[in-house]
Structures are given as structure tokens and as C-alpha cells.
Design a protein. Structure first.
Lengths: 432, 174
């Protein structure tokens, strides 16, 4: 008979992620027999409270789901609703939506690299301690992040929970002078983004190789933001309205967040998955800069996520400049919307990964039902699988403090956004 | 409500907060300051997400005045002038969503981004007050009182040598 010795550590673990959760490991004879990322963040019932609301309220409500990626929630929603109503917002809106998304990528990916992830690889407990020795690098990150805020403010009116987006387009077109000012700031920042990619590649990133399926959107001609089909590294190519045929969400007892599986298996969404599947969609200057790092992509090393994030910062900057270069004031900032009953789908690439939504409206354009599948819920099963493989590879006999640090680093590769509140994560190791 | 903080100014008042309950106290101070008009080299801006917006707001100015709601700051509606050491500190709590004001100010200091002068004013919130909707009445009154005092002090400065004039001692009770 084995005696289970249970050790509890009540420490602020995973402080640099979002949400309230705990990690529970079962260890038996040096083997990890169970990994449970327990999320007990209370559910927020956004999908339920959207029912009965008019379509035009949706962009402002879904923006509240997340303080750091409101644009993603807005974009998937407006695409879905426009597909129901048969609305074609036209090329100006399409470009401005890409621009807005570039702002969110710049901001979110910069913040994650500099304030959350980099301290792990440079041996600091947090960003403040790291900034003492890496002042220029952190400043560079903050500047890139601020540019993202500026882009969002240009189109969204403000950087937090932007209000410029509506079904059909935008409420407002930025002035030519504002556009030109921002364009020159982006241009000046280009060397910073190139250096950032090189810097992330020079970090002492652990070697690791795991088998996983990368899933992201793929578009015929662009690095994916707002449009494309659901693609997988196993050859998957699925229209977004068929997503539910192969992807399923389920409840597990230890978490309030839903788990997603693809053909019954965990899968990866996010920057690494996107880059793995869309290398050939990068503009030559972005791809060339990446190739100079020597980091091989596609990669099955989850620690290369930080490099992928930096590449996406570079891409977002280049893409935003392209759009601003061609900027013209439009005749109309939004297409006329004629509501009708139906079901529609939206799937766009949030900074943390694919964000799929399904919406149903009645004839007046009121919401009958909404389903929102955020990237973190899609990555949850993959995070648990990663932790299990990682701990088996490095061994579980290490002191708990060391185990905790390793688990944190693994989880942070996914930049999970469990909720919009940061609390504590407790590690519980059950050793048989 | 202004948010950007783009232009160079002598003094920037930054109200931290959200639309939820007494957490909106800092925003109310900004609203009142803006509604009453401000001297040319002063701006007042609202900040909802310090983790990403505070550092840029500390730049381009000699002086920053931070205003935030305080929990554990005494009777709701009490105004307090705080130092950085008064703020609870947990550097691990900087995240893309949550924020820890003390840790962000530490980061700004390490990066050489603190303005020459930094003042922090807290307005004691009612922790049991309404989570949604507006401010509890005495917290709203305190925010208005603080805005008026800041405005008064700024007017006095206009006639005095700036370096000589500090903000008034601010410890009062609702």
C-alpha cells in the first residue's frame, strides 16, 4: 500500500499569468500520474447575458470580456454578425480592421515578452528586477507596446475597451494628419522590432521537443488576422463554419473553464502555432530577419513562443505601416446593416490564438444565442499535456520551489488569459 | 474623457480607476478638473489600465499627480496624500491585466521614467459600496473636494514661484 504524502504550498505562483487557479500534480514512483490545471475563476456568463441584446450592442459588450484583447472579441463578433446580415463592409473597413488588430498584437505581445516572460529566461523573479540590468530592452518593449496603444486609440477612440468598432465598419475615420504622424512613429520603431526578434532568439531558451498539432487560421495571401480557414499542422483545412465538426468543448470536474479538443486530442493555438503554419505568409523583410536568428521554424519547442511573439510584433509593425501608407479618407466608414435572422461564424486570431464564435440572431437582429471559444480554453488541455511531458523529461524529484518555477515557465509560454484578474496559484504535489 | 497624454505639459493629473463603484473616484477628479477648465500647461487624464498606460503617462511632463481610490484608507471619503512606500508592493503582480501601482512606479524608476515630481493622492473607498453604477455619495464628494483643492493650488502656483509651492497638506476626513 502506498501512503500519499501531500504537500501544499501556499505561495503566489503563476503571478505573471491571468486568473485564479491551482496546479495539482500526482507523482508516483518518479512518474507524473496526474496533472490538473484547476481553474476556479467563477464563470462570467457573457454568452448568456448577450442573449436578447441588439446586434449593435455586441461590439461594446464583448470588448469587456478581456482588457488586453478586446479587439479580438469585437472582430470575431462583427464578422459573424455581418455574415448573417449579408453585409459587405468593403476594402477600407477590411484594411482598418487589420490595422486595429496590429495594434492589439503589438501591445499584447510586447507586454508579455517584457513584463511576463523574459524574466524567466534571464533569471529574475520579476520584470522590475530584470529592468535594473536590462533597462534598454525593457524600454524598447514599452515603446513598442505604446505604439500598439496608439493604433488602437486611432481607430477605437481609446486604448482600453475601444469603442470605434461597429457591425458594418467603424464610427469614425482617423484624420490624415493623425495617420501620417503615427506612420512616421511606426517607421522610426522598425529597427527596434528587428532587434527585438534577434534579442529573444539570443535568450537561453531551453531545448525541448514535443509532439503537438498546431492550429491557426490560414489565408490565401496574408498572415492571418481576421480571415481564413482553420488549418492544422496535420493537413487540416476546414471552413470556420465547420469548426464544430472536429473541435469540441467539454467540462472537466477540476476547472470552471471549458476544455477544447480537436479530434479528441489537445492542440496548440497562439503565436507559435500561427508562425508554424504561416511562415510563407510573412513579408520578405520579416522572414529574412527571422531567418537570421537561426531559430528553426516550424518549431516544436514551446519555448520558441517568445521568438514567435517577437516576430509577430515585427509583422504587425510592417503591416500597420503598409496600411497607413495607403490610407485615404473613405466615403463612408461603415456599410449599411440590414438585420435578419440566421446563424453566423467569426474566427480571428487574438494575440493568444484563434478565437472562434458562433452567433444566432432573430429577424430584428437581436441575439438568440452566442458561443465564444477563447484561445486559452483551447490551449488548456495542451498546457496540461506539456506539463506532464516536461516534468517527466526533467524529473520530479526536485524541490517543490524548483518544480514550481519550471511549471510556471511552461505555463507562461502560452500566455494564458484565464480571466481578467490575477490571483494566486497554489501548487499541490501528491507523492505516492 | 481625455486619455492620451500626448502633449508635453508642466503637470499631468492622472486619475486611475474604472467605471465600477468607488473605483471611479480617480476618474471623477479628472472629469471635474476638465469640466472646470485647466491652465495651459496642465492636463488631466483618466487611466483605466495602468499596466499598459501608466508609463507613457509619466513621460513628457515635469510633474505627475496620481489620484486613485484606496482600500483600507480609513473612513470612506477620507483624502490621503500617500508616498510610494505607503502602497502595497508585490512586484510579481505586474501582469497584462492586473496592476500593482507600487511595482509599476518601481519599474518606472528603474527605467529612468519617473517625473521630477510625483504626488499620490488616495480617496478612501467604501469596500462594501456598490460594485456597479456610480460612486457612493461621500466618496464622490471627496473626489470633488480634491479636484477643487488641486485647482486652487494650481491657481496659486500661477502667481507664485512654482518650485516654492507644493500641493497642500492633504489629510482630511469626510
Amino acid at each position: 500500500m502506498t501512503e500519499t504524502r501531500e504537500m501544499k504550498m501556499k505561495v503566489p505562483v503563476l503571478a505573471r499569468v491571468e486568473g485564479e487557479g491551482a496546479l495539482e500534480l500526482d507523482v508516483d514512483g518518479g512518474r507524473v500520474t496526474g496533472v490538473r490545471l484547476r481553474i476556479f475563476e467563477p464563470p462570467r456568463f457573457f454568452e448568456k447575458l448577450l442573449e436578447g441584446r441588439s446586434y449593435h450592442e455586441v461590439p461594446d459588450i464583448v470588448a469587456r470580456i478581456c482588457g488586453i484583447c478586446p479587439v479580438a472579441y469585437q472582430m470575431s463578433a462583427v464578422h459573424a454578425l455581418e455574415s448573417i446580415f449579408g453585409t459587405d463592409p468593403g476594402p477600407w473597413v477590411r484594411e482598418m480592421r487589420r490595422l486595429l488588430y496590429c495594434g492589439e498584437w503589438l501591445e499584447s505581445q510586447s507586454l508579455h515578452i517584457h513584463l511576463l516572460a523574459a524574466p524567466d529566461f534571464l533569471g529574475f523573479p520579476n520584470a522590475v528586477a530584470m529592468a535594473g540590468q536590462y533597462r534598454d530592452e525593457v524600454r524598447r518593449g514599452m515603446e513598442l507596446q505604446a505604439l500598439g496603444n496608439e493604433i488602437i486609440r486611432l481607430l477605437g477612440g481609446r486604448s482600453v475597451h475601444p469603442v470605434g468598432v461597429c457591425v458594418g465598419g467603424f464610427y469614425h475615420a482617423p484624420g490624415v494628419a493623425d495617420v501620417s504622424r503615427l506612420r512616421s512613429r511606426l517607421h522610426d520603431a522598425l529597427p527596434m522590432a528587428e532587434e527585438l526578434v534577434q534579442w529573444t532568439a539570443s535568450l537561453a531558451l531551453p531545448h525541448s521537443a514535443q509532439a503537438f498539432t498546431s492550429v491557426s487560421l490560414r489565408h490565401p495571401g496574408e498572415y492571418p488576422l481576421n480571415e481564413g480557414a482553420v488549418a492544422g499542422s496535420d493537413g487540416l483545412h476546414l471552413p470556420i463554419d465547420a469548426y464544430e465538426e472536429l473541435f469540441a468543448e467539454s467540462h472537466v470536474a477540476h476547472s470552471t473553464a471549458l476544455y477544447s479538443h480537436y479530434r479528441g486530442r489537445p492542440y496548440l493555438v497562439g503565436p507559435l502555432a500561427r508562425l508554424n503554419l504561416n511562415l510563407d505568409r510573412l513579408p520578405p523583410q520579416v522572414r529574412g530577419n527571422l531567418e537570421r536568428t537561426g531559430v528553426p521554424f516550424p518549431s516544436h519547442n514551446m519555448y520558441h513562443s517568445i521568438v514567435a511573439r517577437a516576430v509577430e510584433i515585427h509583422y504587425a509593425l510592417v503591416e500597420a505601416m503598409r496600411i497607413l501608407d495607403n490610407y485615404r479618407l473613405p466615403e463612408a466608414t461603415r456599410a449599411e446593416v440590414r438585420p435578419r435572422a440566421g446563424v453566423g461564424f467569426g474566427c480571428t486570431e487574438a494575440p493568444r490564438g484563434m478565437l472562434w464564435q458562433r452567433w444566432e440572431t432573430d429577424a430584428a437582429g437581436n441575439i438568440v444565442s452566442a458561443r465564444i471559444v477563447p484561445p486559452t480554453s483551447q490551449n488548456q488541455a495542451r498546457i496540461e499535456e506539456d506539463l506532464r511531458q516536461h516534468l517527466e523529461a526533467v524529473g520530479v524529484d526536485a524541490p517543490e520551489e524548483v518544480l514550481r518555477q519550471r511549471c510556471e515557465t511552461v505555463v507562461r509560454n502560452y500566455d494564458p488569459c484565464i480571466s481578467c484578474a490575477t490571483h494566486f496559484l497554489k501548487l499541490k504535489v501528491n507523492r505516492a | 474623457m481625455p486619455e492620451a497624454g500626448e502633449r508635453r505639459v508642466g503637470t499631468r493629473v492622472v486619475g486611475l480607476g474604472s467605471p465600477f463603484g468607488d473605483d471611479g473616484a480617480g476618474w471623477r477628479v479628472v472629469e471635474r478638473l476638465c469640466a472646470g477648465g485647466l491652465p495651459e500647461d496642465v492636463e488631466a487624464v483618466a487611466c483605466a489600465d495602468p499596466a499598459r498606460d501608466l508609463l507613457p503617462l509619466l513621460a513628457g511632463t515635469r510633474e505627475v499627480v496620481l489620484v486613485d481610490a484606496l482600500l483600507g484608507g480609513g473612513v470612506p471619503g477620507t483624502l490621503r496624500r500617500c508616498t510610494r512606500d505607503d502602497l502595497a508592493r508585490d512586484p510579481g503582480r505586474i501582469s497584462s491585466h492586473g496592476h500593482d501601482l507600487a511595482a509599476l512606479l518601481d519599474l518606472a524608476e528603474v527605467l529612468g521614467r519617473l517625473p521630477e515630481r510625483l504626488s499620490i493622492f488616495g480617496i478612501a473607498a467604501d469596500g462594501d459600496g456598490p460594485a456597479g453604477g456610480g460612486l457612493t455619495p461621500r466618496v464622490a464628494a471627496a473626489a470633488d473636494r480634491l479636484a477643487d483643492r488641486l485647482r486652487h493650488a494650481m491657481a496659486q502656483r500661477a502667481t507664485a514661484a512654482p518650485a516654492e509651492t507644493d500641493w497642500m497638506p492633504l489629510e482630511d476626513h469626510a
